[in-house]
Design a protein. Sequence first.
Length: 487
Amino acid sequence: MLKQNLQFKLSQKLSPQQIQLMKLIQLPTQAFEQRLKEEMNENPALEGGKEDDEYADEFEKEEFDDYEEDEYDRIDAEDINIDEYLSDDETPDYKLQANNYSDDDDDREVPFAAPVTFHQDLINQLNTFILSDEERDIAEFLVGSIDDMGYIRRSIADIVDDLAFTQGIYTDEPSVEKILHIVHELEPSGVGARDLQECLLLQLKHKTPTESVDLAIDIVANQFEQFTKKHYEKLLQKYGVSQEQLKKAIEEIEKLNPKPGGAFSGNNKIVEHVVPDFIIRIIDGELDLNLNGRNAPELHVSKDYQDMLRTYKDSRDKSNAQKDAVQFIKQKLDSAKWFIDAIRQRQETLFVTMNAIMHYQQEYFLEGDETKLRPMILKDIADMIGLDISTVSRVANSKYVETPYGTKLIKDFFSEAMKNDQGEDVSTIEIKKILQQVIEEEDKKKPLPDDQLADILKDKGYPIARRTIAKYREQLDIPVARMRKKM
């Protein structure tokens, strides 16, 4: 007999207001400021600055319940599925980049650097070359074919075909190659290369010729595979040079940029600034936490809109036009009051969450030693403050904190626990830090393979498998032993 197992997914239902509050919590400082500006532009009943306290108290005591909202103004919270509103498929821009720019709480202006896209910068450089109309069209098409890392990944034959079909430009491969040589003159040096070897060669050929540069060019052009595999003994035999001469040539290559478009990557912008959402200072040996003042704007409900609603209430003659107008006014007032309350809740949530993280990692924040970071997962903080794990995640994933040791992304303080040889829980951050130190102190002529690194960490009291060492090394962006070898 078949036994059918049914699995039901429980979808959490939230009101539209709760969803908007969660989105506000997730916003970092600058994105929050932009959201605030948009709300104030859209809602004339919401105003900045302080409100007269007496008038505010008087308004809070009044009730305007002479009429109910129409049916179409009501939203049934049961029809709202949180999964649809918070889908990762519609990740807002503020989650994809660190779009903060200053740590000032006051009105001091920060110099603004207008970003220029990578491709626009290359097009601007093309304007300095004397080209025919067709040559310029081909050059601009080639620039448009360059990816964000600075490479042209498509064959010249494919580009010739695309020029014919999409641009109506009928040319041949030698002509496109000729224009490609012009693109290769653009900055940053190495841009427009079709592979890493060509990228490095272009950069070397832009250097002032020296004995080391000439040898480096020959190595990249003719012995690239031996170089990438770090077969230095074979290179010494091939060129008949001393170890010192080969070392200088290799140093010339290692100074090159394998991703010439990388400076423009991310949002394709040259300049990116970071503003902390929190500030932690040490005052008289105690930790002091402050929320960036930009997250606590002074807002109030418009006095003019309140007066209009009061006038309608006192009026005897209530026409249909007046009822429509007052319905709009009440809607805007309700929205303004809700938004002000949501911002207060946002402030409290941010502060309470960061305060819990600060005290949980108190030893680190007092000393700045990353090995003192305790294992900490989202549930630890959620349990401390009585909030949902997803709420803590929204605070941690997109916010920065200024500490005496630099500005840090809050989510970087979270880590899993592992046992040391004493059976004590230690943070994976601590283990990674020790692993990094061991690799930095190794003999670069004989770099340590992962199994030896595992043995060393075991001797230090951290029994970790070789595959775990490999995982942590990759997370630290440290190459394998062979690629760390130096002359």
